[in-house]
Design a protein around this ligand. Structure first.
Ligand SMILES: *Cc1c(COP(=O)(O)O)cnc(C)c1O
Length: 564
């Protein structure tokens, strides 16, 4: 069996991979994620468990989650803490470790989540927690909120994750960690801790750093320069002490202002570095020309993201698809009418959900466009409304459209929050002539309704800022084609007119390209050449669903990154 095959070929028998990430999206209601990075981490661990790869995950347990989003009738976002009971999802373990920050000993506790693979194999995920009675009140707050707080606070969180994480694995008894996989630079302080853990006095620092490098790999997930964090030396030293990070490591990883660059720290001490799509690799090489960077294109966990009706259809016609997602390529054979019926049933579920939470009654037979992701400038959520006249003309003369939007804006970013206000002001200007729904409090659950229930998945990030994007992969699995700028994964997933459409300005602007595709190609197909639309839906499953999944992605990591 394939599963055993990988288990046996891992470097040493009981050796394990430690997968570190600041956020983990494992199940919708456990608010330890903010967006694509966390969901990818969760999907990855699920596939590692499916493939029986001995792995442990490490992250932080955020007592107040990321945030709960409220949006008023003007589109103004307010946020509140996400209250949750960890006992609903996690088991509290008795292990503790100590991390000394600002000269205070902080006790770190741990919770366990067990990811069960399809054959029962378990991958534990450890969530570190400083909210313990014995800690100083300010230290109890360290793991309170995901991505919220100043640089000082963030650096302390990252120290708990990287340093506390390595110590916790030791305390729990995972003594055979063969490889530390850092997802994003947030966890890169683990390099300094691993070095201390394995330091061999009889060898030179260079030799020790070489050994360290053999234990670490790094995946960068963003193209946004600001997301590559830098921390002032004075702050680093006041938190960690002046000799925690060896001078050799610090110098190699600091910038001209002597700030510690977390991405450089990770890259300098990893033997393998990758970006998350082919294009992202190229963009990363431009940003970091001094490193070898490879590409392993992201995927999604199919059993997590398939809709119930689609899943039944697949099981009927493509037996074994859920054990081996590549079988989905035979979706080319799915009877078009059955595919359509399953899709309409998924769409009805979305419509029912929207009615229940928002009160709006969407129409089953109206062409429905979905846009759900973090609300941030480069993703341009209101792009399609920039020419309302053109959109109204398409709606009135070519075929009706309706929209479902959802997404959280970071509470500290005014410009991102304004994007939601922009969407609301367009809704107001349209005065109900086109139905537009904004679903509050985007989550994996809402994403699931949307990526299985709309007719077209819209994605228009500013090129080249989207590292990969994964929501379009989820849509493709459910037979929903994308209309997207050619960035991130879509450069690999778009076969024009076969799996969806690219927004690809040649002589026209990006906006004209978007409207032209909708007016002359996509909407006429949907309403007048339904069979052709269904053909594209089938291709989305057979060509993209069968490939852009974490089963394939994890196998690439195993062969290219995890093996030495
Ligand atoms: C899949 C997913 C994302 C990623 O969306 P992109 O369009 O790839 O940025 C973000 N948030 C949630 C909740 C998701 O499920």
């Amino acid at each position: 069996m394939k599963e055993r095959h990988f288990e046996q070929r891992l470097p040493l028998h009981q050796d394990q991979i430690a997968y570190f990430c600041m956020e983990m999206g494992l199940t919708s209601d456990m608010p330890t994620y903010s967006g694509g990075l966390g969901v990818l981490a969760g999907d990855t661990l699920k596939s590692l468990a499916d493939l029986r790869v001995p792995t442990v995950g490490v992250s932080l347990r955020y007592a107040s989650g990321y945030f709960e989003q409220h949006v008023d009738e003007n589109g103004t976002q307010t946020s509140s803490a996400e209250e949750w009971n960890p006992h609903d999802f996690l088991t509290s373990l008795s292990h503790t470790v100590t991390v000394t920050l600002e000269g205070r000993d902080i006790t770190v506790g741990v919770w366990e989540y067990s990811v069960k693979g399809r054959s029962g194999f378990e991958v534990p995920v450890y969530f570190l927690d400083t909210d313990l009675e014995e800690n100083d009140p300010q230290d109890r707050e360290i793991t309170n909120r995901l991505y919220i707080g100043d640089a000082y606070h963030r650096f302390k969180q990252e120290a708990i994750l990287g340093i506390g994480g390595v110590r916790m694995l030791g305390a729990i008894g995972c003594r055979n960690i063969d490889l530390y996989h850092m997802n994003e630079g947030h966890s890169s302080l683990l390099t300094a801790e691993v070095l201390k853990y394995m330091y061999d006095d009889t060898q030179s620092m260079d030799e020790n750093l070489h050994m360290l490098r053999n234990k670490c790999i790094f995946t960068t997930h963003t193209t946004v320069p600001a997301a590559h964090e830098k921390f002032d030396r004075s702050m680093v030293e006041s938190i960690l002490g002046s000799d925690y990070i060896p001078e050799e490591m610090y110098t190699m990883s600091s910038d001209d202002e002597d700030r510690l660059n977390m991405t450089h720290l990770a890259m300098n001490f990893s033997r393998f570095i990758n970006g998350v799509a082919k294009k992202h690799r190229e963009v990363s090489l431009e940003m970091f020309p001094q490193y070898d960077i490879e590409a392993i294109t992201n995927g999604i966990h199919v059993n997590t993201w398939v809709g119930d009706h689609m899943s039944q259809l697949f099981s009927h016609h493509l037996p074994g698809w859920d054990q081996e997602p590549s079988i989905l390529r035979n979706a080319l054979r799915l009877p078009r009418n059955e595919l359509w019926n399953a899709h309409q049933a998924e769409k009805q579920k979305l419509i029912d959900y929207v009615r229940q939470v928002d009160g709006t009654e969407l129409d089953l037979d109206t062409f429905t466009i979905g846009f759900g992701r973090r609300m941030t400038l480069y993703k341009r959520p209101s792009f399609i409304f920039d020419d309302l006249e053109r959109l109204m003309k398409i709606h009135n003369e070519i075929g009706n459209v309706q929209f479902v939007f959802s997404g959280k804006a970071h509470p500290d970013e005014d410009a991102s929050q304004k994007l939601i206000e922009d969407l609301y002001s367009y809704m107001e200007r349209l005065g109900g002539k086109i139905k537009i729904v904004f679903l509050e409090d985007y989550s994996m659950k809402i994403a699931h309704y949307m990526i299985s229930g709309v007719d077209l998945w819209l994605n228009n990030p500013q090129i080249p800022k989207e590292a990969s994007g994964t929501s379009g992969m989820k849509a493709a699995l459910n037979g929903i084609p994308s209309l997207s700028t050619l960035d991130g994964w879509w450069l690999e997933g778009c076969v024009e007119e076969k799996t969806g459409w690219g927004i690809e300005p040649q002589t026209e602007t990006e906006h004209e390209s978007l409207y032209n595709k909708l007016e002359y190609v996509i909407i006429p197909k949907y309403y007048q050449h339904r069979d052709e639309y269904q053909e594209i839906m089938r291709n989305a499953i057979a060509i993209n669903g069968a490939y852009f999944h974490t089963d394939r992605m994890v196998k690439e990591y195993i062969v290219r990154a995890y093996f030495d």
